[in-house]
Design a protein around this ligand. Structure first.
Ligand code: AMP
Ligand code: GLY
Length: 423
């Protein structure tokens, strides 16, 4: 098969690596890709939002399967564009990707189908939002309705902060049109767990659990980022939690989408919070997580191309999804100053150390090929992943492997997976 991947981050590198393991994959392309993905795929210079060009490329190269990694093209309808051209594509259509694309939609869906989530109200008028805040309990959470690069969520400690937040989102339009509507919801406390799943419209198969670290600094300090590291599985995702989610959340979400005439095919990423009242949905994403994918896929036993095909064909019930009985940790190496301002173009040393080392992976996020070799080209530069027989071993291995890499202005968190010491 000829396979095209759309995206350019560490997640897409992990997807490309996994697809390359499949005997079904004869030739892999990636648009636009990055310097690491080039090891497995021919990278083509087409942006993820250039639907017409992507479709034309897929037709010209007679691509058998296209896999969409990123949220923006999914929410924008890239799957519909491929299907309209008679091409096979893995991912939700626009009318289902709204599960991630609109928080107002996803909250309404959960309310209607009794899926556990934080209590909330939706507003399209800032005056009404402000009036609501007067009697609301603090802290409180404000969410821009649409996609905002993972930054459209504000946790406000008091009324003053919340008023300023409404102004930022709805009046100053800090997140653009994503702030035309907003959700105000109850603040929850508890452990967060990420659960990715494959869905074929009716059947859902859950992958192994993971946990992200969103803040830039050690000890969960500093600004929110796209994710500074992950571990898998989460020891907090117990069999009890799994049983609860299977009964009240996973299949319920898939059935709800089908009932709404929006059958979901692709990946549903459940962002869960394990509250004292039980697990609740923080958010849905309509794609693989980044950097969750970098710890989940190295542990997956199945041929991922077969699973993608089963999702498209509606035969996922016949797939026995299996994960290795071990653990993985991913430490993101970033550019000093990320997520605000950082320099690019520094040479990266040590990448060759990962070659042929079983259980060690260096997934590229912001990298580029230059004359002098591979250089930094983004805020998150690399995701260094290592497996181990348990979380502690995986963590030790990942931090050992981080030492193999060097580039100017590099920084990373030193406490990825530290929470596991508490169990
Ligand atoms: P979201 O994009 O909705 O996942 O929100 C980003 C992050 O904000 C989550 O990973 C949580 O850490 C936090 N968050 C979102 N909603 C809530 C909530 N209702 N209570 C507490 N924290 C929240
Ligand atoms: N790691 C969080 C996300 O992919 O949205």
């Amino acid at each position: 098969m000829k396979i095209l991947i759309v995206g350019s981050g560490g997640r897409e590198h992990a997807i490309a690596w996994k697809i390359a393991q499949s005997p079904l994959a004869e030739k892999i392309y990636c648009a636009p890709g990055n310097a690491g993905i080039e090891e497995y795929a021919e990278c083509v210079n087409i942006g993820a939002m250039e639907f017409e060009k992507l479709v034309a490329f897929a037709k010209e190269k007679e691509i058998d399967l296209t896999v969409i990694g990123m949220d923006d093209p999914l929410v924008g309808g890239v799957v519909d564009a491929f299907e309209a051209a008679g091409l096979r594509v893995f991912g939700p259509r626009k009318n289902a990707a709204i599960l991630e694309g609109s928080k107002a939609f996803s909250k309404e869906l959960m309310k209607k189908y009794h899926i556990p989530t934080a209590a909330y109200e939706t507003f399209d008028d800032p005056a009404k939002a402000l009036a609501y805040l007067e009697t609301a309990k603090m802290p409180i959470v404000l969410k821009a309705d649409g996609l905002a690069l993972g930054k459209g969520v504000l946790i406000c400690q008091n009324l003053e902060e919340a008023r300023a937040g409404v102004k930022e989102i709805m009046e100053d339009k800090k997140f653009g049109s994503a702030g035309n509507q907003m959700v105000i919801e109850e603040f929850m406390t508890g452990r967060e767990v990420s659960v990715l799943s494959f869905v074929d419209g009716k059947t859902i198969k859950i992958m192994t659990s993971a946990q992200d670290h969103k803040r830039a600094g050690d000890g969960d300090t500093g600004l929110n980022t796209g994710g500074m590291g992950t571990f898998s599985p989460s020891p907090f995702y117990t069999p009890q939690v799994d049983a609860f989610c299977k009964q009240y959340i996973y299949q319920a979400t898939v059935d709800a989408m089908a009932k709404e005439g929006r059958p979901f095919k692709g990946i549903i990423f459940f962002g869960l919070m394990l509250t004292e009242e039980g697990p609740k949905v923080l958010e849905y994403n309509a794609r693989f997580g980044d950097p969750e994918t970098q710890v989940v896929l190295p542990r997956m036993k199945n041929d991922i191309v077969e699973v993608f095909e089963a999702c498209i064909d509606g035969t996922l019930d016949q797939i026995d999804l299996q994960f290795e009985d071990n653990a993985a940790v991913c430490v993101v190496m970033a550019s000093q100053g990320y997520p605000v301002k950082y320099e690019k173009g520094f040479a990266i040393k040590g990448l060759e150390q990962f070659k042929d080392k079983e259980g060690y992976y260096v997934f590229h996020a912001g990298t580029k090929k230059a004359e002098a070799g591979i250089v930094t080209n983004g805020g998150r530069v690399l995701g260094v992943t290592a497996k181990g027989e348990n979380l502690k071993a995986a963590r030790a291995n990942a931090y050992e492997a981080v030492k193999w890499i060097a580039f100017e202005n590099a920084f990373y968190r030193h406490d990825i997976g530290k929470a596991i010491d508490e169990v």
